[in-house]
Ligand binder design. Structure first.
Ligand code: UD1
Ligand code: UDP
Length: 370
């Protein structure tokens, strides 16, 4: 009985690595299906090399497109794949288009689905991720929650609570497993970066798709750069809009290509503050104790505000917010297990997920489940 992991986009790889490793330790037959949603080396292959993820057994090569085009290609490719291999279980991660497509195809083929990172809610239906995660949760047999409020959201939506397991956060497993490798001095030297800087990442459609919005953001980032250097590894989604708005035309703004995971987290670790709209980065800064300013009106990860360093800000608030966190100085890194750290963000989520999937597959007494 083969377990199939479906991954497609950058954050999926970071979440899947500890789950694949934990199931391998239990001796399960596994197959890693890469949809090809992300395909540049810097958005994809670098994570497999760095995180010890087994190379994908197949790459469906779906690539980019509108939501309809991309989702349609995902459905066709994944249906062929699942029909040919008849997996015993399909595991999906997060909230990207590959996640929903895999859950939908599997459900129609009567293959049980496990959703890692279930129950997060921004309550903002204009975000494609909110659509993806809500529907994926409805289609899943097993729902793995990374924070306690996610369990409540699922219960409110009528999901059978016996299917929901609060297991902690596999993205944080990966962070904690690699802590020794995140060397801020090395990333500064490799890219000739200043000692003190703000790290920025932006890729949400609401911030980068509309050229006028992107231009307003660039003006605010330039205000920030008048007082502190900004280092920004640029996601391909925002590149054209930010360059058209002249983001690089400031002596203290340094644009980089997307970084590999090890260099990126080192950059975050060494930053005086982070400006982002990424989901994963809100969580990583919480653990590293680096102030995080999230340029969004909402977050599906409120635990990073209550138990972490995160705050939501508007573009107009950006310069003053950066000035304030720089004046306040840095917090200490989170201590896994301490009461002010998100519960179960302790590096063992992958193991918990593997134990539950394993029991579902073979039954607690070792007998094969029907
Ligand atoms: C996707 C996810 C988003 C996630 C993000 C992580 C959806 C709907 N969105 O957004 O939730 O936060 O990944 O990074 O699934 N491109 C490249 N090279 C690549 C991949 C993409 O140049 O390797 C460019 C293409 O122009 C493409 C655009 O980026 O059209 C957007 O890619 P896509 O995968 O559709 O969505 P993301 O914005 O990356
Ligand atoms: N990340 C990376 N290189 C970068 C930017 C981000 O390795 O240049 C990592 C980051 O540390 C986190 C993940 O990619 O583990 C988050 O992905 P992203 O922000 O693209 O997606 P989101 O979390 O918003 O869905």
């Amino acid at each position: 009985a083969e377990i199939v992991h479906v991954v497609g986009a950058r954050p999926n790889f970071v979440k899947a690595a500890p789950v694949v490793a934990a199931l391998a330790r239990r001796g399960h037959a596994q197959r890693v299906v890469h949809t090809g949603q992300h395909y540049d080396d810097r958005m994809s292959a670098v994570f497999f090399r760095e995180l010890g993820l087994p190379r994908p057994d197949v790459d469906l090569g779906v690539g980019s497109g509108s939501h309809g085009e991309q989702t349609a290609a995902l459905l066709i490719g994944l249906e062929r794949e699942f029909a040919a291999r008849s997996p015993a279980f399909v595991i999906v991660y997060g909230d990207v288009n590959s996640t929903l497509a895999a859950a939908l195809v599997a459900a129609k083929l009567h293959i049980p689905v496990a959703h890692v990172e279930a129950g997060l809610r921004s309550f903002d239906w204009t975000m494609p991720e909110e659509v993806n995660r809500r529907l994926t949760d409805q289609l899943s047999r097993l729902l793995f929650a990374t924070s306690p409020e996610a369990v409540g959201h699922l219960a409110n939506e009528g999901v059978d609570v016996d299917r929901v397991h609060f297991v902690g956060n596999p993205m944080i497993d990966t962070l904690l497993a690699n802590l020794d490798r995140f060397d801020p001095a090395a990333v500064r030297a490799a890219h000739e970066l200043p000692e003190r800087y703000v790290a920025a990442t932006l890729h949400r459609p609401a911030n980068v798709d509309d050229p006028e919005v992107a231009a307003r953001l660039v003006a605010r980032l330039h205000e920030v750069a008048d007082t502190v250097d900004i280092v920004m590894p640029v996601h391909p989604r925002g590149r054209a809009a930010f360059l058209a708005a002249g983001l690089d035309r400031h002596p203290r703004v340094r644009l980089l290509d997307p970084l590999g995971y090890i260099e990126f987290v080192a950059l975050v670790r060494g930053a005086a503050a982070v400006v982002t709209d990424s989901g994963g980065v809100q969580e990583e800064t919480t653990m590293l104790g680096v102030p995080c300013l999230t340029l969004r009106p909402n977050t599906e990860r409120p635990i990073t505000i209550t138990h972490g360093t995160n705050q939501l800000i508007t573009e107009a608030e950006l310069p003053a917010s950066v000035a304030k966190v720089l004046a306040d100085g840095r917090r200490r890194a989170a201590d896994p297990g301490a009461s002010d750290t998100p519960p179960l963000w302790d590096g063992r989520a992958g193991e918990r997920i593997a134990a539950i999937v394993s029991a579902e597959l073979v039954g607690p007494d070792g007998a094969a489940a029907a």
